[in-house]
Design a protein around this ligand. Structure first.
Ligand SMILES: [Zn+2]
Length: 338
């Protein structure tokens, strides 16, 4: 609850030491990051805002294009080197012209008065700033970038942690790595990358074999199905339910049917994950006689609770009622009888 201060009352000001220390570490780290950013990306990258919280820091800056993982790593490395070099952080108050002569980085568009405060980190990073800082960069302990993203046209955001939060972050990462190792049944985390590569290869191989087997099964089914040619009104047709994975496989079967010139009309149905797929194909000769695959599929698709359409030679439909597949296939004969 916030209350207005009363005149004549006595108040005790308490500073949460831990919180304050975390904030000043993150604040000085933003100065180091600002300078590192300019070294890596160039001086045209400017600060566009920042947030210094006790548990993390956020730094927005102007930059067009992506930032590579290598550039981020480089910035992180520079900041950490400046921390390990244990550089003194000093502040002086001076006038704006002297500050500019010192080479102080000022924020574009920001208005500064005549007297300014300059935060100087061993002449490496010199910035106009009124905030609180650590006395020496080594107080920051460690600096770790946690994320980088675009937040608008030409503006990007880096989030980072320092000190205890950076340590906790690395513990969490290590924990994730250990969980991955456990899933891979590895006693140690050292070999997780090799193991992941190996599993990926095995998966690719298995998928390839699976695809080959599916194709072989589809071909065998095709041989069986294509032997049952029916006739009505001088039209030869095949209508059958097959067990294949998806519409793609139905189209493959239709290709074989076409190549082998099995019949004038083909209707195939398959059921997958509670859904019905229908495919109809008609030869170009029968197209000329007015028999169109699109019309046929429209006539039978309602039986599987769906709709569809397509070209005169090839049409497909999907439906939510796979139990209606036998009726849909029966309907083919009636439709051809016209
Ligand atoms: Zn500052």
């Amino acid at each position: 609850m916030k209350k207005n201060l009363q005149k004549g009352q006595t108040y005790t000001l308490q500073v949460d030491k831990t919180r304050h220390n975390s904030i000043i570490k993150n604040h000085t780290a933003t100065h180091l990051l600002h300078k590192a950013l300019k070294e890596v990306l160039g001086s045209q990258s400017n600060q566009a805002g920042s947030l210094v919280a006790p548990d993390y820091l956020r730094f927005d800056f102007s930059h067009f294009g992506q930032i590579t993982a290598e550039e981020l790593q480089e910035m992180e490395k520079i900041v950490n080197e400046k921390i390990w070099q244990a550089l003194p952080v000093t502040t002086i108050e001076t006038d704006i012209d002297t500050a500019k002569e010192m080479g102080a980085m000022a924020l574009f568009g920001e208005k500064y008065g005549h007297d300014v405060r300059v935060v100087n980190i061993a002449d490496w990073s010199i910035e106009l700033c009124g905030g609180n800082h650590v006395k020496n960069t080594e107080d920051i302990g460690i600096f770790k970038i946690t994320s980088e993203s675009g937040i608008g046209a030409g503006v990007r955001r880096i989030e980072a942690v320092t000190s205890k939060n950076a340590y906790q972050q690395s513990v969490q990462q290590e924990d994730k790595l250990r969980q991955v190792a456990e899933l891979f049944k590895l006693p140690k985390t050292d070999n997780v990358v090799d193991k992941a590569k190996q599993l990926q290869q095995e998966l690719e191989q298995a998928l390839k074999e699976n695809e080959q087997l599916s194709n072989r099964i589809a071909n065998q089914q095709a041989e069986n199905v294509f032997q049952e040619v029916n006739y009505v009104n001088n039209i030869s047709y095949v209508s059958a339910q097959v067990d294949v994975k998806d519409m793609n496989h139905l189209r493959q079967l239709a290709d074989q049917w076409k190549q082998q010139k099995i019949s004038d009309v083909l209707v195939l149905a398959t059921e997958n994950n509670g859904k019905a797929n229908l495919l109809a194909a008609v030869t170009s000769e029968k197209n000329k006689e007015g028999i169109k695959a699109g019309d046929l599929i429209q006539a039978i698709a309602p039986k599987v609770g769906g709709g569809g359409g397509g070209r005169p030679d090839l049409a497909q439909a999907g439906g939510k009622k796979p139990e209606g597949i036998p009726q849909a296939l029966n309907e083919v004969r009636q439709w051809l009888e016209g």
